[in-house]
Design a protein around this ligand. Structure first.
Ligand SMILES: [Mg+2]
Length: 229
């Protein structure tokens, strides 16, 4: 059971929690899969292998994804693809830098109402600094948050640092996000509480076993946060 009287900071994940991100990435993935499908058995696995191999050096985000997309196309089907096909794939990947970041249903209204409540609101997201900042700006939601933290990864270490930067104990933090792996599990592991809002698609590197925990609540609509608090 989450002790909501203890909560001081609500930290929100951004991609696929505040706005739709993954479905735009999936559209580019499908573009790649169409190109390389004649030359391999499992296009999704080929991309997964490239992304996994690049993770330690490139991390998360659009630029890392773009490199992995082009690298996979070249590795699997480089001899068969024209410069024009590769150029189109590159443009499609780079268009993710301008995805609309339109707030998901109920997000804006809920944040608006939460402003009147005695909680500090934070964004805690992993990815590329400029891209994440740009999306937050485009979403029109930046004004609702008093703290924005963008990190290369979201593990227990970064969650501890978030608490230090906010000058709170883990028990004062409530993390809200769509990824069990990077939003929920590490928050629970450091002693914080969490609300899981699943998104309809999950990136394969974020797949995780389901979690049951006394400090975790699962909801399906963003505005259920208001009822819980
Ligand atoms: Mg997310």
């Amino acid at each position: 059971m989450i002790d909501f009287r203890n909560i001081r900071v609500l930290a929100f994940d951004a991609d696929d929690t505040l706005w739709d991100c993954q479905s735009h990435f999936e559209s580019v993935e499908n573009h790649l899969y169409r190109l390389i499908a004649p030359y391999c058995d499992n296009p999704a696995h080929e991309l997964f292998m490239t992304e996994s191999g690049n993770m330690a050096d490139l991390g998360y985000g659009c630029k890392a994804f773009t490199i992995s997309i082009i690298e996979t196309a070249l590795r699997v089907a480089g001899d068969h693809l024209s410069a024009e096909e590769l150029s189109d794939l590159l443009s499609d990947s780079k268009s993710l830098l301008h995805l609309p970041a339109t707030p998901l249903p109920e997000v804006k209204e809920t944040l608006q109402r939460l402003q009147a409540w005695p909680y500090r609101l934070a964004v805690f997201t992993k990815g590329e600094l400029q891209d994440q900042e740009n999306k937050l700006h485009r979403s029109g939601l930046a004004k609702y948050f008093s703290h924005v933290e963008i990190t290369s990864n979201k593990t227990e270490v970064e969650f501890q640092q978030l608490c230090e930067h906010l000058d709170i104990l883990p028990e004062h933090l409530l993390m809200i996000g769509n990824s069990l792996k990077s939003d929920i599990a590490p928050a629970l592991n450091i002693g914080a509480s969490a609300i899981h809002i699943p998104f309809h698609v999950t990136w394969q590197l974020e797949h995780s076993e389901d979690i049951e925990h006394e400090r975790l609540v699962k909801i399906t609509h963003f505005n259920e946060i208001l009822k819980l608090l």
